[in-house]
Ligand binder design. Structure first.
Ligand code: ADP
Ligand code: MG
Length: 649
């Protein structure tokens, strides 16, 4: 005798309920041949569904053996089991279990995704099946737009889409009116006539009468097993056919394609668009703030560097205050004589000594308190300062102690808001100076001081009329091109120290200046960046939270997909990709959002600077966040027990 298509040997299925064991199936022996139409009858709680789940490989026996086509199901790997479910069994449930977000055609086509059928092929096949089952013209309706009978026929189409050899129907007519029930039954009979094995659970004797064989179970045991005579011949005929049909091996199906997963993800994300939006919001804010903070941090760093550049990177300044300051007088020990010494050093191109003071200025009836800077004509060249109009004072002005002044933009606006300042007079303290030049605006210094808030006067004139004393506030030195700044700096230090006896001054190059400032800016950027990164992590936790909600809300859908042949790894992939899609989409929107906000902030005179790297980093972090925080929910989905998920309402 050849092997039965389906065979249960001494199968038991026990449930632990408290201390006692509940024997849902007890020592069941059963052989079903290919092409049979079997009805399983019994009272509620007799073990029918338990038996069905075992037959459909959704459940495993506690003891005993279950063979399909001669294969022991307990020997199969998880993926082989999925493959067996996919290719051999088709489930029809009492409550249809259609997915509400999909059309009839998509519902029917769904299981074919897991045997890697192409979109066109599976949709065509679904349409053909629906037409055959009397649902032509209903392809695009959603389950809520179909009657119970129609929904059940869609679910039969779904059971057949992968060419199932066995239909397992658990009370398929239980929820239908008698006419729809009749239609469904005659469909099952038609399928049986075509060679499909039908196993039908019912508690209705009239329904069972359509079958060739009726198995009654009670308290987990087979009570009776009756074959009608004509069925006997059928069985032998098909049994012979059966032996030639046996697979030699069960091969797992490949994982569903990424593209397919993305499509599925988009459907479910769209179906819950508000929830999706909230999840996205977390990521968008996280990524957006990274981009924004980096733009502001980079912008201010760039601004500082530009200002230093504007001051001249080949400059060096000597200022009072050094390691050997002891007395008050040491603050005034930097003299014009030092500037003259520096002038002789090789590699020094221009030297501009200066001294400044805050002074009241008056022009007409306007008063202003600003900075007066007493300096040499070289100052203009050393600071590469252009004239807006008029001229700078000269060495001749210096010799003649000419009462002339050159003013900056800010002072001009304060004192001469509605007049050309050239040729006008300004009182500095009690002395009158004639304005001969207006400097072009230079903006803010690296430390943010207004460089245009200044009146420049010849050093010699100021010494007599304004400031007194011959000590200097600063010597600005321009190093000639091609000379080592460090070397020149050492020589300058040595020369002045030699004259003064000890060092009461400091020499600073713009390089050291920019280095400190850049470092400060970088710290700032880092700080802003980490605050933003934290918000990205918070966004990630949001993703996880909402994914977990999504998994528990979609338990039925997941259970159904597993029951129709999806491998746990397919489910895992789908949820991973869903999280990934959220991450990538949120990341892209976040970059856009960050740029827009940065531009808006930039409109309020805040320096911003975009670079590709932070945007790329923020975007990829969002993707990684999606992957990492989506993993736990995805695993939870993949490990779902389909029987429990499907029995929930
Ligand atoms: P039927 O489908 O014939 O109504 P079932 O196969 O669903 O019966 O259940 C058989 C018995 O096993 C019942 O007593 C039921 O309470 C019990 N049972 C079914 N599933 C579980 C489960 N997951 N845990 C514990 N007991 C269960
Ligand atoms: Mg049941």
């Amino acid at each position: 005798m050849s092997a039965a298509f389906i065979e249960l040997k001494e199968v038991c299925r026990y449930y632990q309920s408290g201390d006692s064991e509940l024997k849902a199936l007890d020592q069941v022996n059963l052989r079903i041949n290919k092409g049979e139409f079997v009805a399983i009858m019994g009272q509620s709680g007799s073990g029918k569904s338990t038996l069905m789940n075992l037959l459909g490989c959704l459940d495993k026996p506690t003891s005993g053996e279950y063979l399909v086509n001669g294969f022991s199901v307990s020997d199969l790997s998880q993926d082989q089991e999925s493959a067996l479910r996919l290719s051999t069994f088709g489930f029809v449930f009492q409550r249809y279990q259609l997915l509400g977000n999909y059309t009839a055609q998509e519902n029917a086509a769904m299981p074919a995704i897991y045997r890697a059928a192409g979109y066109e092929e599976r949709m065509q096949k679904a349409a053909d099946l629906l037409a055959r089952l009397g649902l032509a013209g209903r392809e695009l309706n959603r389950p809520s737009e179909l009657s119970g009978g129609q929904q059940q026929r869609v679910s039969i189409a779904r059971a057949l889409i992968n060419g199932a050899e066995v239909i397992l129907a658990d009370e398929p007519t239980g929820a239908l009116d008698s006419e729809s029930g009749q239609q469904v039954l005659s469909l099952l009979k038609e399928l049986h006539a075509e060679g499909v094995t039908i196993i039908l659970i019912t508690h209705d004797a009239e329904v069972a009468a359509h079958a060739q064989r009726i198995i009654k179970i009670k308290d987990g045991r087979i009570e009776s097993d009756q074959n009608s005579t004509e069925a006997e011949t059928d069985v032998t005929a098909i049994e012979a056919d059966n032996s030639s049909h046996g697979h030699s091996q069960i091969n797992p199906y490949p994982n569903i394609s990424i593209l397919e997963s993305i499509k599925t993800s988009l459907t479910s994300l769209k179906a819950n668009w508000f929830r999706t939006f909230l999840t996205l919001l977390g990521i968008i804010i996280g990524v957006g703030s990274v981009v924004l903070m980096m733009a502001i941090g980079e912008g201010s760093k760039k601004q500082v560097l530009e200002r230093i550049q504007a001051m001249g990177s080949d400059l060096m300044i000597v200022i009072p205050g050094g390691p050997n300051i002891r007395k008050r007088e040491d603050w005034t020990s930097l003299k014009v004589a030092d500037a003259n010494l520096v002038k002789e050093i090789e590699g020094v191109e221009i030297v501009a000594p200066e001294k400044n003071a805050q002074t009241t200025m008056r022009a007409g009836n306007r008063d202003y308190n600003g900075k007066v800077l007493a300096t040499y004509p070289e100052y203009k060249a050393v600071r590469t300062w252009e004239m807006a109009s008029g001229v700078f004072f000269t060495h001749e002005d210096m010799r003649e102690l000419a009462p002339v002044a050159v003013i900056g933009e800010t002072v001009a606006q304060m004192l001469f808001p509605d007049r050309d300042p050239i040729g006008q007079y300004v009182f500095l303290k009690k002395s009158q100076f004639q304005i001969i030049g207006l400097l072009r605006s230079k903006g803010a210094s690296p430390n943010g001081d207004d460089m245009d808030d200044v009146v420049l006067v010849p050093f010699s004139t100021a010494k007599v009329k304004l400031l007194g004393g011959d000590h200097l506030g600063r010597i600005t030195i321009k190093v000639a091109e091609g000379y080592d700044k460090q070397l020149v700096k050492n020589q300058v230090t040595a020369a002045i120290t030699a004259r003064q006896g000890r060092q009461t001054f400091r020499v600073r190059t713009m390089d050291s200046f920019s280095q400190t400032l850049t470092k400060t800016q970088e710290t700032l950027t880092l700080l802003l960046g980490s605050v933003a990164a934290i918000s990205l992590i918070v966004g990630g936790i949001g993703v996880m939270n909402i994914m977990l909600v999504s998994v528990s809300e979609r338990r039925r859908e997941i259970g159904l997909r597993i029951a129709t042949g999806a491998k746990p790894s397919d489910i895992m992939r789908q949820f991973n990709i869903e999280a990934l899609v959220v991450g990538a989409f949120g990341g892209a929107l976040g970059v856009l959002f960050g740029i827009l906000v940065a531009l808006a902030v930039g409109a309020f005179n805040v320096a911003i600077s975009f670079s590709l790297l932070p945007a790329l980093i923020a975007f990829s972090s969002a993707v990684v966040v999606g992957l990492v925080f989506g993993h736990t929910p995805a695993r939870k989905a993949a490990n779902l027990d389909p029987i429990r998920a499907l029995s929930e309402e």
